[in-house]
Design a protein around this ligand. Structure first.
Ligand code: 5AD
Ligand code: SF4
Length: 459
């Protein structure tokens, strides 16, 4: 399609699945004749791709809409029209309410309708405000344009699974993203091959419950995530594979074994446990006990002793006592995480936990979060410090803040800064870790003689 002279600006909130969706929306809008704008001020269409997981995340959208209202009226004074679209999980969860609460919004579009974005914007321009938050029967991925082969970052996300059937009592995901859906293997492999052609050498395979993947295989049978990852590892220029987010219940034997067998699968795993007490895990409907979690971790570590573990933890779930919280702290001490995300419980509309009695007071939640985050920060710092003096392959992804500096990732997903020429962006390079901070590492590039990749990069 030829350009319309129009520009879009997409702002992404929330998880990696939204980052992936935003890329796909940009591609759908490219196909509808929109180019990318650098800022909302220069955009004819602004899309907010939103997150509904916690109250704070959802509230952010309304303050963002306040800012956009000013931009929209300033542009209007210059005779330029601005369409504003709310996409993502807030759109799905709140639907029409958004139109009532924020008159500035022209279009509300749920995660299942992104392929129709171009049409919906056209419709809203002609007929006024439009809302599309349906869950269609057919596969939205099929309708999105093929990912164009253009130079992109060396690391890319690839969504293979959406939705969740687990129904943890605190979580909105089963309502905003619907039931589990796995993309067929053929579709995933085609997309991976296109990305590889465009220079991507690290794929992070995404799903809300990615290890529950059960897609139709190339041979007509149902494939597990492990089998899909083995297939992706066959693509020669794919050098690194990651996957997220996994549920402890779905860490199957074949997936655990893969960590010990397939070199391309990185030694890093994000495995949320949410709470350390069995009573709270039960109330959360997590479908695993504390002992099952530690047993799963032990099996993973037997398969891949150096694996770096990450997790999600919630403090202050309704009914959580000091003793329950101590069990969360003890579990963190027992497992030792390389990094983690931790949150205060936030009541979400329509979830079972919202109406549970004995909600924990805000100041108690804050105190617990503070203590937990101090412990997690100490574990992360210790893990980072243990890497000093070691040699790793780092995938350099982009320039750093200082001139002459690049930023990349170790196999354990730590950010690494090194003084290195731009030619190394997109390359896997052997480095030696020279320093460690709380959130990142410093490294020296090893000499050309030590690093065949450097020679091929022409350095
Ligand atoms: N309150 C706080 N944290 C939540 N999460 C999900 N729902 C809530 C909620 N209602 C956290 C969980 C999940 C992560 C993505 O967000 O830890 O794993
Ligand atoms: Fe939400 Fe639980 Fe599903 Fe994760 S497993 S998306 S926390 S319902």
């Amino acid at each position: 399609m030829t350009g319309t002279g129009k520009r879009h600006f997409i702002k992404t909130f929330g998880c990696q699945m939204n980052v992936y969706d935003s890329e796909r929306m940009a591609e759908a809008l490219d196909a509808a004749g929109y180019a990318a704008a650098d800022s909302p001020e220069t955009a004819d269409l602004v899309v907010l791709n939103t997150c509904h997981i916690r109250e704070k995340a959802a509230e952010k959208i309304y303050s963002e809409l306040g800012r956009l209202k000013q931009i929209k009226s300033a542009r209007e004074k210059d005779g330029r029209r601005t369409m504003i679209a709310v996409a993502g999980c807030v759109a799905q969860a709140e639907g029409r309410e958004i139109l009532t609460r924020a008159p500035v919004v022209d279009l509300v579009v749920g995660p299942q309708s992104y392929h129709r974005l171009g049409d919906l914007v056209g419709e809203a321009a002609v007929n006024g405000r439009v809302i599309d938050v349906d869950f269609p029967e057919d596969d939205k991925f099929n309708h999105l344009p093929d990912r164009p082969v253009k130079r992109r970052s060396a690391s890319a996300f690839l969504t293979v699974q959406e939705g969740c059937d687990k129904f943890c009592t605190f979580c909105v995901v089963p309502y905003t993203r619907g039931v589990e859906y796995s993309r067929p293997v053929r579709e995933v492999v085609q997309e991976a091959e296109r990305l590889a052609l465009a220079g991507v050498c690290e794929l992070t395979v995404l799903g809300q419950n990615v290890n529950a993947y059960h897609g139709e295989g190339e041979d007509g049978t149902t494939w597990s995530l492990a089998r899909l990852l083995r297939r992706l590892a066959d693509i020669p220029s794919v050098r690194r594979l990651r996957y997220t987010t996994s549920h402890p219940r779905d860490m199957s034997d074949d997936l655990i074994a893969l960590h010990g067998e397939e070199e391309k699968v990185m030694p890093y795993l994000h495995l949320p446990f949410q709470a350390g007490s069995d009573r709270i895990l039960g109330a959360m409907n997590r479908k695993h006990t504390r002992a099952e979690y530690t047993e799963t971790v032990a099996r993973i570590r037997r398969a891949r002793p150096d694996i770096a573990l990450s997790t999600d933890i919630i403090v202050g779930f309704p009914g959580e006592t000091d003793a329950d919280f101590r069990q969360t702290m003890d579990l963190v001490k027992e497992v030792e995480f390389a990094q983690a995300y931790s949150f205060k419980y936030s009541a979400r509309p329509g979830t079972p936990a919202e109406t549970m009695t004995d909600q924990v007071p805000e100041d108690v939640k804050s105190e617990r979060l503070h203590a937990l985050q101090a412990l997690l920060a100490a574990q992360q710092a210790a893990f980072n410090a243990s890497c000093v003096g070691r040699r790793f392959e780092v995938l350099f992804e982009r320039r750093g803040r200082r001139p002459g500096q690049l930023v990349g990732r170790t196999p354990y997903l730590q950010a690494v800064h090194a003084d290195a020429p731009d030619a190394l962006i997109g390359q896997l390079i052997e480095v030696e870790i020279s320093g460690a901070g709380p959130n990142s590492l410093e490294a020296d590039i090893l000499s050309v003689a030590d690093t065949p990749d450097l020679a091929s990069a022409g350095v």
